[in-house]
Design a protein around this ligand. Structure first.
Ligand code: ZN
Length: 373
């Protein structure tokens, strides 16, 4: 891993500055991607941008910036994007600054002030190395800088055609993946959270150990079609199995559910009726668990755990205990209250509810044996 310190004048960075919107923002004679295509939006507010210009005008230091070497003479900004853009946008006449109560666009500045901006030197660390080394180092750098998400960090290392294509689907507020999945999957596409979820899902699906392994393997692919198809499969599968939409479907780990259950067959109209019935069941205390419960109940004896079925209140249990005179109805032994547990006489799965009439107190042994049947 090589890290080189450079001082580069604003004048040189501004040379060839071009903002192509979605297709990226470039500068430094076209050699620097300030913002690669489909990257995070510019999020500085005006006061922050103005504060950067005042810092530069006074000749005070800005924090160190980090560039990544991505080609022979090509770079991407890892850290410092917003500070750099503030200066570039000021020089592009996009906002004025206030000096002594007056507004000044760049072209109204006195020459000496204008030149002090153009001659200001950014302090930059340029880094070059293996991807795994870079990722490691970026994580450390990121502790101090403008916080990047884990996926933004990975994106700054595994660049290439695959990534540009993946961002086309998964990045930006109005991207295709957001439009398709918004009702089911949470995550800010601008911060690469949606891309991260899709990647996490496909890694798990293919038995890969983590996202970096997948990105390293595919970074030179000509497109991200495999990932995009996988993601569409997940969403289409949800809509097929659970045709009726409920708001509590949003935010579940659907990729994980798809990976676990998509090979099974389910009848969608049965599912529809069951989802409705369970939503109406007051003993179901975790409605978000309804979907995994239904997907797994045919082969997981503990599927009910997803629903958090209401337990008996202390009052119901005390009533049942005194009605039974402390005797366990199965083994007929006497036990102290503390040694017994509340049990559904008719199990919840067979239609019994968490009501006083359906409560009995069993000793712990009998209760365990009963639930293992
Ligand atoms: Zn017993």
């Amino acid at each position: 891993m090589k890290i080189e310190q450079k001082l580069i004048k604003v004048r040189d960075v501004f040379n060839g500055y071009v903002d192509n919107d979605d297709d990226g923002v470039f500068a430094y004679g076209g050699k620097l991607a300030i913002r690669p295509a489909y990257q995070r939006e510019f999020v500085y507010i005006l006061e922050q941008a103005e504060a950067v210009i005042h810092t530069v005008l006074k000749g005070f230091p800005l924090n160190v910036m980090y560039w990544v070497k991505v080609g022979d003479d090509e770079f991407e900004i890892l850290d410092g994007q917003q500070r750099t853009l503030s200066v570039m946008q000021y020089l592009e006449h996009q906002f004025p600054i206030t000096l002594d109560g007056n507004k000044y666009y760049w072209d109204a500045l006195p020459d000496d002030k204008f030149n002090s901006i153009m001659d200001y030197e950014f302090m930059i660390y340029v880094c070059e190395g293996e991807e795994s080394e870079k990722l490691e180092w970026f994580r450390v750098v990121n502790i101090a800088g403008e916080k990047l998400t884990d996926q933004e960090l990975r994106n700054s290392v595994y660049t290439g055609e695959w990534l540009s294509d993946a961002k086309r689907y998964f990045s930006k507020r109005n991207c295709a993946a957001k439009g398709l999945s918004d009702k089911y999957i949470t995550g800010d596409p601008n911060r690469q959270e949606l891309l991260e979820k899709a990647l996490k899902g496909i890694c798990d699906y293919q038995g890969m150990k983590d996202i970096t392994e997948y990105m390293a393997k595919h970074k030179s692919d000509k497109d991200a079609d495999e990932l995009w198809q996988y993601f569409q499969d997940v969403i289409n599968w949800i809509m097929k199995i659970f045709p009726q939409y409920y708001a509590d479907m949003k935010g579940l780990d659907w990729c994980c559910l798809y990976n676990k259950y998509h090979k099974n067959t389910y009848n969608s109209s049965d599912m529809k009726d069951e989802v409705k019935r369970l939503h109406e069941d007051e003993d179901v205390q975790k409605p978000k668990g309804i979907y995994e419960y239904l997907l797994s109940r045919d082969f997981d004896p503990f599927a009910e755990k997803h629903l958090k079925i209401r337990v008996f209140s202390e009052r119901d249990k005390l009533d049942a205990y005194s009605k039974q005179d402390g005797i366990c109805p199965i083994c007929k032994q006497h036990f102290e209250y503390k040694e017994k547990e509340g049990d559904h006489i008719i199990p919840w799965s067979k239609g019994g509810h968490t009501t006083p009439e359906n409560c009995q107190m069993l000793c712990k042994d009998c209760n365990r044996k009963k639930s293992n049947i």
